[in-house]
Write a protein that binds this ligand. Structure first.
Ligand code: HEC
Length: 145
């Protein structure tokens, strides 16, 4: 009986692997991006690409575990919600007021350690910024918001 249950769970896990999340590339209009519109210093853009772009852009990088269900379903939710809240690739879709607001929110989220999310940093060690870089980034967002 126990064996049967274990076997069924295993079968379900195997079958789930046939459902893959959509990772097809989304075309990016470079003139519309945050990078192009805001022209942040290279150091800041690079840091944001490492710590924010997987969830807040159409330039998501998918590590191996995003190919493993059901973990992949959970990650897909994060990416979807992250892009809905803020998408650096389609930055210019925001009006001026919303841009200012987003810049302000970014500074605040980073300062309060809400973003990047702790679980993400655990899996992406490079997304952990040293204090000096973090302060430079917060200052830049505050200056521009
Ligand atoms: C693992 C995915 C992930 C990463 C990485 C990530 N975010 Fe987010 N972010 C989210 C999700 C999901 C939301 C929407 C739900 C929420 O507020 O928690 C969000 C919301 C936000 C918001 C909107 C808050 C609001 O209430 O309007 C801002 C601003 C933001 N993130 C900035 C950043 C910045 C800046 C970085 C990098 C330093 C970053 N995020 C990294 C997933 C992520």
């Amino acid at each position: 009986m126990k064996k049967r249950i274990l076997y069924s769970i295993l079968m379900i896990l195997i079958l789930l692997q046939f459902i893959q999340i959509d990772k097809s590339p989304i075309p990016i209009e470079s003139s519309e991006t945050f990078a192009n519109q805001m022209n942040p210093p290279d150091e800041i853009l690079a840091a944001l690409k490492i710590a924010c772009y997987d969830c807040h852009s159409n330039e998501t990088k998918y590590p191996w575990y995003t190919y493993v269900a059901p973990v992949s379903f959970w990650i897909r939710g994060h990416i979807k919600n992250g892009r809905n809240a803020l998408n650096f690739s389609t930055w210019n879709n925001l009006n001026e007021k919303d841009k200012k607001h987003a810049l302000h929110e970014c500074g605040e989220m980073i300062e309060d350690n809400h973003m990047p999310p702790k679980g993400y940093v655990r899996m992406h060690k490079k997304a952990h910024w040293n204090e000096s870089l973090k302060n430079t980034i917060i200052k830049w967002f505050n200056k521009n918001s």
